[in-house]
Design a protein around this ligand. Structure first.
Ligand SMILES: [Fe+2]
Length: 215
């Protein structure tokens, strides 16, 4: 068994990961959260985390919506001049609903770069249909993403190898949203949704963007 999260003895955060997430992020033959071969081009990322209020309480049943480019930095959007050349094996949009501990998870690919922006994944979090956060996640490995206001929107990726030798990356990212908590946690910074806002109902898409099922 190859587990993405190997809890260290002193890492309380990881020790407290519920069985759901441990199993979700572990690859056990026949029990993968994201089964099936990847159809998208690019480096596969499995990432997840929690949605919390400012008191640190999990926000359950929230929808986490993401949209991003394919491996070549192309959006599925009519405003992108290259959209006709987009990767048809990539889903571009996805939604994950938080569980009873506030956890969400996605399988996707490392977005490509389009000038002049660093790589990023757009995110919108809704609670009971109400938008509570719109932001973007950047990547520590992408040095161009460092600095300024994006510093606390970085996700670090860990390289992993599955038993069959395929390489993929994992990441964790928690969101603190304005959902009525009166605690001290700092809200995750909001950022605009950009010109390539999704022209789709993201709730209709699953949380596995790396695989497009052919009907
Ligand atoms: Fe963008």
């Amino acid at each position: 068994m190859s587990c993405l999260h190997k809890p260290g003895p002193l890492n309380l955060k990881k020790l407290l990961l519920p069985l759901f997430l441990l199993s979700a992020l572990c690859f056990v033959s026949g029990q993968e959260l994201f089964p099936g071969e990847v159809t998208a081009k690019g480096d596969v990322i499995v990432f997840g985390g929690r949605v919390l209020d400012t008191s640190g309480q999990p926000v359950t049943g929230a929808s986490v919506e993401i949209w991003q480019t394919d491996d070549q930095g192309v959006y599925d959007h009519p405003g992108d001049a290259n959209t006709s050349r987009r990767d048809r094996g990539f889903q571009f949009f996805g939604t994950s609903f938080t569980d009873s501990s506030g956890y969400y998870s996605f399988r996707t690919i490392l977005p490509g770069q389009y000038e002049p922006r660093p790589r990023h994944i757009h995110v919108k979090v809704r609670q009971s249909g109400r938008e509570v956060l719109t932001t973007q996640i950047y990547f520590v490995k992408d040095a161009r993403g460092f600095g300024g206001s994006t510093r606390n929107l970085m996700m670090e990726l860990q390289e992993k190898t599955r038993p069959d030798g395929t390489v993929f990356f994992t990441g964790e990212f928690d969101f603190v949203v304005n959902s009525g908590g009166r605690g001290e946690l700092r809200l995750t910074e909001s950022q605009g949704e950009g010109p390539y806002y999704p022209m789709a109902d993201l709730s209709l898409y699953d949380s596995d963007l790396a695989r497009v099922d052919s009907e």
